[in-house]
Design a binder for this molecule. Structure first.
Ligand code: ATR
Length: 277
């Protein structure tokens, strides 16, 4: 139930109808009995600044940001937090009491929290292998660097994009995409941030023979939840982290900032979010 005093947030994207965020936040709003709403906000790229500037005037507490606006939002907000600056993208906006807009990026937090939830004792003590160099990869690389990873191996079909991302930190080494099977030797973690393995896309063609059985394997693809990478990793005894965890955990800081409750991710919520589609 909402009243005239309801706190308002939502997700700005184009298109936005497939976003799971309204369901994800809607679960928490109901669970915690918050007088609030979280709505889809379809905004075309040309209208981004006008729409975002209207948020304080409409009494919104903030919003999440998804494709294709995550980078463009850097030029719209009044303040950018340092993590968002390094990732080069904003996924969460908070309206301050004075109407100023602060942009942050909670994807790195979400990634690390998902790993912690699935494998509480795991630490980035050995090489971490990251496949892909798109927006999701940037958040994963920043998260692993901040978690203290000593060596990151970055592989992307288009090598130049991996080189650009590697410029973030000398601990990131670029390895050619064709060497991906051999790059798994001694790894403590393997993360797929490419869209390979997603329903409708090609499978990730990767032989896991050189991956230590102690390595953690994470696929940020969550449609399907158990990708063939995760299935194969599980079958050979690796611990796995599915892609839904990052989606759920990245939502926590925004919800806390807008609605004033620190939310907890749960198994029931996971099922509820997966039921969409
Ligand atoms: P996101 O923001 O979700 O990370 P993205 O920026 O479109 O999405 O990145 C998609 C990633 O999947 C990229 O690393 C892309 O590789 P390229 O940079 O070479 O395009 C990777 N990817 C997509 N299709 C691929 C394929 N068939 N083989 C290898 N990598 C692929």
């Amino acid at each position: 139930m909402i009243t005239g005093a309801a706190t308002k947030s939502g997700i700005v994207g184009w298109p936005v109808e497939h976003s799971r965020s309204p369901r994800l936040h809607g679960w928490w709003l109901q669970l915690y009995g918050v007088d609030g709403v979280y709505v889809p906000l379809p905004v075309q790229p040309a209208d981004l600044e006008t729409a975002i500037r209207a948020l304080p005037k409409l009494g919104f507490a903030g919003c999440n940001v998804t494709l294709p606006h995550k980078q463009a939002m850097l030029r719209v907000v009044d303040e950018i937090d340092p993590v968002a600056e390094r990732i080069g993208a904003i996924n969460t906006v908070v309206v301050g009491p004075d109407g100023r807009l602060t942009g942050s990026n909670t994807d790195a937090f979400g990634f690390i929290e998902a790993l912690r939830e699935a494998a509480p004792n795991w630490r980035p003590t050995g090489p971490c292998v990251v496949l892909g160099a798109g927006g999701a990869a940037r958040a994963v690389v920043v998260a692993l660097l901040d978690a203290g990873a000593s060596e990151l191996r970055l592989l992307n079909r288009t090598r130049a994009k991996a080189e650009a991302l590697a410029a973030l930190d000398p601990r990131v080494a670029v390895i050619d995409w064709r060497e991906r099977a051999a790059a798994l030797a001694d790894a403590a973690l393997l993360v797929n941030t490419t869209s390979l393995g997603m329903i409708g896309n090609d499978e990730l063609d990767l032989t896991l023979d050189d991956l230590p059985s102690t390595a953690l394997v994470n696929d940020i693809v969550y449609t399907p939840l158990y990708t063939s990478l995760l299935d194969r990793a599980m079958a050979r005894g690796n611990r796995i982290v599915d892609g839904l965890g990052m989606l759920l955990h990245q939502a926590r800081p925004g919800f806390a900032a807008w609605f004033g409750v620190q939310p907890a991710v749960s198994a029931d919520q996971r099922h509820y979010v997966l039921e969409q589609d």
